[in-house]
Ligand binder design. Sequence first.
Ligand SMILES: *Cc1c(COP(=O)(O)O)cnc(C)c1O
Length: 367
Amino acid sequence: MIPFLDLKDINAQYSQQLKDACGRVIDSGWYIMGNELKQFESEFAQYCGVKHAIGVANGLDALILVLRAWKELKLLADGDEVIVPANTYIASVLAITANNLVPVLVEPDAGTFNLTLATVEAAITAKTRVILPVHLYGQLAPMPELMALAKRHGLLVLEDSAQSHGAAIEGQKAGSFADAAAFSFYPGKNFGALGDAGAVTTNDDQLADCVKALRNYGSHQKYLNLYTGVNSRLDEIQAAMLRVKLQYLPDETKIRQSVATQYLAKMRNNAVILPQVVVPEGHVWHLFVVRCLQRERLQQHLADAGVQTLIHYPVAPHQQPAYQGQFQYSLPITELLHQQVLSLPIGPTLTQDQIDQVIAAINSFSG
Ligand SMILES: *Cc1c(COP(=O)(O)O)cnc(C)c1O
């Protein structure tokens, strides 16, 4: 069976370096908010092309803490509206409701799976304060256009970059377009720790200071608390793991891109709709998601051919029991996508034989 994603294989490539880094932290005797975190924050900020990266415990906290900081800085208040794509992973929506803000779910483009300028613009009301685009599956949302729109309407923009480390338009990377961005380093992401981790990126000094305080009990200075903060710090061990893996992220991204290029060029099946790419170098292929009217049959056919697949995501956030009764509008494109999407293996350790096998399995499906 070709596994959907083989984390053991991926990390085995760097096993000695990861163990050395781990040993360095153990021997240092300093496990929280130390040199590894400081170095990682500076290296990741440089990688993204931003002034500040602030390590936090996970991607959801990164999203929550940016919105929370904007509330502390009086840029947002309870009940303000945040525009977010309806087909995102639920974390983007949870971060909004956790802050007593109102998610306004908008339909994505069915070809790119991302927000469009037109649907965002149509959703802007007098209460809108934030646009929260998600670079879903590794492809950048139309950021230059969205930033211009936000500027015209005086809105803040928060990029959910959890799936798009390194995605770029003309050299400008995910996490550097908006007022702030949230990253996840969950092990299965393109850039993954060996446990939970996340980061906020921004060029805004005030916001950076506020998030730094919020992640550490609302405190900049020991025993002085400016805010009722939380404990959401990125451990030294995980920072050390991430520093090792950051060196290999550009190469792993190139491998994902070359697998996707082969899939796009060689998959030929009228029953399988391939993903639309807007800017080829702007896609880092966290997931390779196809659409099929008979998705369950396609998934079975691939399993029979030895190809493991997953569904991202089977249920839309507005249809989750957690949000029952809260979204009284219909989202037909989003609901259709959730019935049709299927994610194929695209990890950085796939062999050419495996790639060929996935392509052959898609091409032999009789729709
Ligand atoms: C993974 C993910 C998150 C949350 O990240 P965690 O580190 O798992 O909390 C948020 N948004 C999107 C789009 C994600 O894919």
